[in-house]
Design a binder for this molecule. Sequence first.
Ligand code: BDR
Ligand code: CA
Length: 313
Amino acid sequence: MAPRKIIIDTDPGQDDAVAILLALASPEDVDVLGITTVAGNVPLDLTSKNARIICELSGKVDVPIYAGCDRPLGRDLVTAEHVHGKTGLDGPDLPDPTLQLQDGHAVDFIIDTLRNEAPGTVTLCPLGPLTNIATALTRAPDIAEHVQQIVLMGGAYFEVGNITPTAEFNIYVDPQAADIVFKSGIDIVVMPLDVTHKALVTKSRNDAFRALGTSVGVAVAQMTDFFERFDKEKYGSTGAPLHDPCVTAYLIRPDLFTGRHINVEIETESELTLGMTVADWWGVTDRARNATFIGDLDSDGFFALLTERLGRL
Ligand code: BDR
Ligand code: CA
């Protein structure tokens, strides 16, 4: 089967970085048409810099990188330096990138690329707030039919929230954008905290990254080392949840994941529960199903895939 064409929309972020590396290491499965950056974990200038650092680290410098929206659609930007550090990519000491951003805006790249590809052939992989994707869909509704699927990291049901008691970070930062995407009619697969909190780096999994002995393996071990201090303190977990790599792993090995096709709506008004993903997991409403909400994964299989693929870079 030909590799699946994808656009990665991202706010790196250590876990975004690992997701990108996994995709770049898997050319037989995914063809990365481009990487678009968005403000999220840290402001746009830093997410755009971090995306370039990661591509250089991978040695795959021919993937075009475009900077996108620097703030959410209708509210001020909320960032997550408390999780990812000041740079967004704290942990390893990686060189400043020499790779340049492409001219032009990420939203134009998304629109133009989709229009140039056959209907139903491009998968969008949002790993951060959905601002770029919602802006593209609003500005050019015709692109929806060119999208094969949106596989995104965001939301939570059983795990409820990580940035507020009821909201996951990516959805909370731009609930209005998320609402547009979830109402788009496009086939959506969601990697909520319910599954990503099961993709936990343990000491032996971290050791396996480091034991690759490559600059990628060591950097990934250092990134997950840094990233995990926050979750260990907060949840008492053994290590860091690799949220965003669930998206790219799903493209390569969907059989590692299980979920339900359900209705998911986004709370856009309530101050108390802003950004909540109201997921009808138990089918208690007759609201139309609009997303496959993933709930579980084979975590050993996931880490085996990740380690094997990262070892190629
Ligand atoms: C999501 O928020 C960010 O901090 C991570 O990169 C991930 O995309 C998890 O809530
Ligand atoms: Ca992210």
